[in-house]
Design a protein around this ligand. Structure first.
Ligand SMILES: C[S@@+](CC[C@H](N)C(=O)[O-])C[C@H]1O[C@@H](n2cnc3c(N)ncnc32)[C@H](O)[C@@H]1O
Length: 197
């Protein structure tokens, strides 16, 4: 990406951090890019791609081939526009527009890195497909899993259902002997889970 486009990209990311369903925290993006620069993942899957900032960064700055799933039509359109504005190499990002709950079971292929950042109440439902789609030795990065400490503590009443779903997801993750998980307190909490080879 040219320097000018890179500056615009950063500014657009800043704006996308302030919106509803924001783009991931800077530390989370740095974690993804740092991981990608070490491991050089050939194939990345992003679930809940929003306006495409993280997919574009992974393709443009880490040379990954990204498959991005996004359900919301307006966000998918914004992502297409961002792909034209901040083009990574041609064909490096494929957008699958639709519900991840329907798309994931039909997806094949072995991904080196999966960034799970879609609807939090569905993480536990997506877990089996994430495991199936992840290569041995691959990494699942799940965003927003600690929710201001509520998932490990005492959530406000209106957040209890969401917290219960996230706890069920973390129970699946931690109870699965094929994964080794580490947590980072970035943004709303990130789980980094490596699948055994
Ligand atoms: C936190 S935002 C994603 C931000 C993005 N990962 C980034 O870092 O820029 C969550 C996204 O998940 C999308 N989403 C919600 N439900 C979905 C579903 N069932 N399938 C696919 N995407 C969904 C939302 O429309 C929203 O864009």
């Amino acid at each position: 990406m040219e320097e000018d486009a890179r500056d615009h990209f950063q500014a657009a990311r800043e704006a996308a951090k302030r919106g509803r369903d924001p783009t991931c925290a800077d530390e989370t993006l740095a974690l993804l890019l740092g991981h990608a620069s070490r491991v050089r993942p050939a194939k990345v899957l992003e679930i809940g791609a929003g306006e495409g900032f993280t997919s574009i960064a992974l393709a443009a700055f880490a040379g990954a081939e990204v498959t991005a799933v996004e359900k919301d039509a307006a966000r998918a359109q914004a992502m297409r526009e961002n792909l034209l504005r901040y083009p990574p190499s041609p064909g490096s990002v494929s957008l699958l527009e639709g519900d991840a709950g329907e798309i994931l079971p039909r997806l094949n292929g072995a991904f080196d890195l999966i960034f799970l950042d879609g609807p939090k109440v569905q993480y536990r439902r997506y877990f089996a497909d994430c495991k199936r789609l992840l290569k041995g030795g691959g990494t699942l990065v799940s965003d927003d899993v600690l929710l201001r400490g509520w998932v490990r503590g005492d959530p406000p009443k209106k957040r209890r259902m969401l917290v219960r779903h996230l706890r069920e997801f973390l129970d699946l993750l931690e109870g699965d002997g094929d994964f080794q998980t580490q947590y980072f307190e970035y943004g709303e909490g990130v789980a980094v889970s490596v699948k055994r080879t």
